[in-house]
Write a protein that binds this ligand. Structure first.
Ligand code: NAD
Length: 494
């Protein structure tokens, strides 16, 4: 169902959308597909609720308490939500459970952050002036999410928007809407006033333009692909909307010869093939020092060939299917292009041939060796389980290769030399850099991209700042004339 102005309802034009399992194509759910009229109603509801002050005038502590209650409810319903998430995405239930735990942690982080004093005074050097810097909610937000970590990516937006006092229209990916529907139920149960949280379902091609160009929307916060992000920027320009964009990545993972090689190999396998590579920060671009190349690649290929794939209820599975047939076909084309441009296919490169995977979208973990920075497969994000391998000889080369990308989301490096680690971490132009590790994050630390990986930051304290306007209030406590222009008496000036 759609949720608009505090009421659950079907699409005004009766539109429906089927959600099918990536594991076997089984019908999971049928949900309404919103019309443009529904989008207009949702934006109107968000605008009216924001302008009325019914929520935006709540104190910081009251809004934080609401977000804290939502965290409690998410924890209560964690198993139900994890099942929905696992059904929609095809990921194993245990991974979905980790994701829900991260969602709870996100809500708790922002609830706590909302209790910290945001405003302050500044000394402008005048005894008679009080100068205050105050933070106010940015207004009405369109919050648009992807399908790989559906609820988590949305939580990074919804939690700070609520703490800040914004009203919003949430649009999850059309492929994975179930967890977002449940979240909105919990926000309703927690007591958010009608019109503050609104839910629109449907593909971006139908509802996206209205959500991102409407003059009544103040901010668009979007997580998804680079091409969609560019489209949104163009549409938002007409009304100079604030934008927060979390886009793609092509993330370098550098291994120096002086690293703990076994740990580096193990993390390289996890970094590239976790969730079948459908991770914005996946370390799919391996950059290895020449002297250890053969050992590292041989071992990664061996490990990649062993990875067990399976559906949500397969307890022995280690990773799952791709999200859809069209995504699978996209990964196949990407691999074919890699072979055509001379990358050496060492393992994988095709759909799983197992009979139990025949009705799903399973693509085998794939490794390409003998790659270089000019190749399409090195520069483009496949968003699938495909690792490319490049070689370097010097530290400067490793840095140059790691930065030779239009993206800048994340990267990792392995070395036993702490000074080298500090130099390389500083030189990499990526929003997150892992040293002797790959992949972990916490809501307390900012997340976001350099270059074309995005605009702004989620999480940390900046992740709340995206949803706030900053106002300077100058108060003269002993008013006087400015005296700038001469004050002539009537008739005095000729
Ligand atoms: P996508 O761009 O296809 O879709 C993302 C969302 O945008 C969906 O809800 C979709 O319906 C909507 N959308 C599509 N066209 C739109 C339009 N014209 N206007 C407004 N909304 C529109 O991306 P996806 O395939 O769902 O997700 C995969 C991409 O997301 C990858 O590139 C991945 O790297 C990126 N991603 C980035 C992060 C990050 O933190 N930087 C996190 C997760 C995913």
């Amino acid at each position: 169902m759609l949720y608009i102005n505090g009421s659950w309802r079907d699409s005004s034009n009766g539109g429906k959308h089927e959600i099918r399992s990536p594991h076997d194509g089984a019908l999971i759910a049928s949900v309404p597909q919103a019309s443009i009229d529904d989008v207009n109603d949702a934006i109107a509801a968000a605008r009216a609720s924001f302008d009325s002050g019914v929520f935006s005038s709540w104190s910081w502590s009251k809004r934080s308490a609401l977000v804290s209650t939502i965290a409690d409810l998410l924890e209560r319903d964690a198993a139900i939500i994890a099942k929905k998430e696992s059904d929609d995405t095809g990921k194993r239930i245990i991974e979905a459970e980790y994701d829900v735990a991260d969602v709870v942690a996100t809500f708790r982080h922002f609830a706590k952050l909302g209790l910290k004093e945001q405003d302050h005074t500044v000394d402008v050097g005048l005894a008679n002036v009080t100068s205050q810097i105050v933070h106010e909610p940015i207004g009405v937000c369109s919050l648009i999410g992807p399908w790989n970590y559906p609820l988590l990516q949305i939580a990074w937006k919804v939690a700070p928007a609520l703490v800040a006092g914004c009203s919003f229209i949430l649009k999850p990916s059309e492929l994975t809407p179930q967890s977002a529907i449940h979240l909105i139920k919990l926000i309703e149960e927690a007591g958010a006033p009608a019109g503050v949280a609104n839910l629109i379902l449907g593909p971006g091609s139908v509802v996206g333009n209205a959500l991102t160009t409407d003059p009544r929307v103040d901010l668009v916060s979007f997580t998804g692909g680079l091409t969609t992000g560019k489209t949104i920027m163009v549409g938002a320009a007409a009304t100079v909307k604030k934008l927060a964009l979390e886009l793609g990545g092509k993330n370098p993972h550098i291994i120096f010869a002086d690293a703990d090689i076994d740990a580096a190999i193990d993390n390289a396998v996890t970094g590239a093939f976790l969730h079948s590579g459908q991770v914005c920060s996946a370390g799919t671009r391996l950059i290895v020092e020449r002297s250890i190349h053969d050992r590292v690649v041989k071992e990664i290929v061996r490990r990649a060939g062993q990875i067990r794939m399976g559906g949500p209820s397969d307890l022995s599975a280690e990773t799952g299917p791709l999200i859809s047939e069209s995504h699978l076909k996209g990964v196949e084309s990407y691999v074919a292009a890699g072979v055509a441009e001379g990358a050496k296919l060492l393992v994988g490169g095709k759909r799983s041939q197992l009979p139990e995977h025949a009705r799903g979208w399973y693509f085998l973990p794939t490794v390409f060796d003998e790659c270089n920075t000019s190749m399409h497969c090195v520069q483009e994000e496949s968003f699938g389980p495909v690792m490319t391998v490049e070689i370097f000889d010097t530290e400067a080369q490793a840095i140059a290769i790691g930065n030779d990308t239009i993206f800048g989301l994340s990267g990792g490096l392995w070395t036993g030399d702490s000074l080298k680690a500090a130099r390389v971490a500083s030189a990499l132009r990526h929003g997150t850099v892992w040293v002797n590790d790959y992949g972990p994050y916490r809501p307390q630390a900012e997340w976001g991209g350099y270059k074309q990986s995005g605009i702004g930051r989620e999480l940390g304290s900046h992740g709340l700042g995206e949803y706030l306007e900053i106002k300077h209030i100058w108060t003269n406590n002993s008013p006087s004339k400015s005296g700038w222009f001469h004050d002539f008496a009537e008739g005095e000036r000729q």
